[in-house]
Design a binder for this molecule. Structure first.
Ligand code: AQP
Length: 337
């Protein structure tokens, strides 16, 4: 039986954090043996906001190394860099021409980032979801494991595929592009900021105190948890809308310690913050230590990393180019001999 195909990615913008790990990468790792997986470093997405050309390549390698460090296994998964497969850009252009402008203007992430950027909003930022649709549709992916923040973009991807198939696949009778399903786990789907439990933990938050980066030192982790926002109540509980920080920090503890929600609820029900914070600190440091060690080992062997990315690119390009050819042929392009 052929395995279903999975595609997902992380942008090489800033430091990857616990949200990227718990919302996305951890789920890729846990489920990878069930699927045929393609994990890309989405470096074309990284320039939709102002970026520094001096660090883009290093950050791109860094995210690929994080994938390996978190447990991506090359017997089940391919790792590649988005810009190494030109079909991503080409399909984006073709899909741009069938995507209504107002679909993009309605995207929540665009509106939020556009407000943050003021006058410097690029066309690329508006077009980000079409590039994301191209990333996914090129691989005819069945499943896309992401955090909750990407759900709307996944719905748009499905709409774009359906529209293409309707317009150019004989009113949908011929399925040229497969509609993917999102894979969003309930726990960890939305890791919140350490400084405001109602805001998503995010690479672009100007305050480094708001997130725990996967490469933070034990001292940084200790200091961030010590200073993180809490509330004046004693006894820690999940799912109290009035206590978003308690819910977030308990969820982090649950996921990083590998315990069930019930066990954590019982363990922490009578705790004060003074008792809980050292426990969370110790658990976080212990969970990140093996990831950090593997990351540094991979980054120290650039030749190895490059060989993985070369192999990943070959596997990815074979599938991507096949889909691109089908799309161009459906659109009426002459195919070079
Ligand atoms: N806070 C989060 N909780 C759960 N999942 C999250 N993801 C991101 N933040 C959280 C998931 O991580 C994957 C990769 O994200 P990305 O590289 O596309 O970056 P992003 O969503 O733009 O991540 P950030 O940190 O939030 O960056 P900015 O600040 O630029 O917006 C995705 O699957 C995402 O859902």
């Amino acid at each position: 039986m052929t395995r279903q195909r999975v595609l997902s990615g992380v942008q090489p913008t800033g430091n990857p954090h616990l949200g990227n790990y718990l919302g996305a990468i951890r789920n890729w790792v846990e489920n990878q043996s069930q699927y045929e997986n393609f994990f890309c470093v989405v470096d074309l997405h990284a320039i939709t906001v102002p970026h520094d050309p001096k660090i883009l390549a290093t950050d791109t390698y860094g995210i690929a190394a994080i994938y390996l460090a978190c447990g991506i296994d090359l017997t089940h998964s391919n790792i590649f860099v988005q810009s190494h497969v030109p079909a991503h850009s080409e399909l984006t252009w073709l899909l741009n021409c069938i995507t209504p402008l107002n679909w993009l203007q309605d995207m929540v992430q665009f509106k939020e980032k556009a407000i943050k950027q003021g006058e410097n909003v690029s066309t690329g930022l508006l077009d980000y979801p079409v590039l994301m649709a191209a990333d996914i549709l090129l691989y005819q992916a069945d499943k896309v494991p992401v955090g909750e923040d990407q759900k709307q973009h996944l719905e748009l991807t499905r709409d774009i595929a359906a529209r293409f198939n309707h317009l150019y696949g004989n009113k949908g009778k011929q399925r040229i592009l497969k509609q993917p399903d999102p894979l969003i786990r309930s726990e960890g789907a939305r890791v919140m900021s350490l400084t405001d439990g109602t805001k998503k933990m995010s690479k672009s938050d100007p305050s480094d105190q708001s997130r725990i980066n996967l490469l933070d030192t034990p001292e940084q982790i200790q200091q961030k948890i010590k200073k993180c926002k809490t509330d004046p109540h004693r006894g820690l509980v999940f799912d109290d809308a009035e206590r978003p920080e308690a819910n977030n920090l308990l969820t982090l503890y649950m996921l990083l310690s590998g315990q069930s929600k019930e066990a954590v609820a019982i363990e922490c029900q009578d705790m004060g913050w003074g008792q809980f914070k050292p426990l969370l600190t110790e658990t976080t440091i212990a969970a990140l230590q093996p990831i950090q060690e593997k990351y540094h080992a991979v980054m120290a062997d650039k030749g190895y990393l490059e060989s993985i990315l070369r192999q990943g690119r070959e596997q990815a390009a074979a599938i991507a180019n096949d889909t691109l050819l089908k799309v161009k042929s459906a659109l009426g392009y002459s195919i070079p001999l």
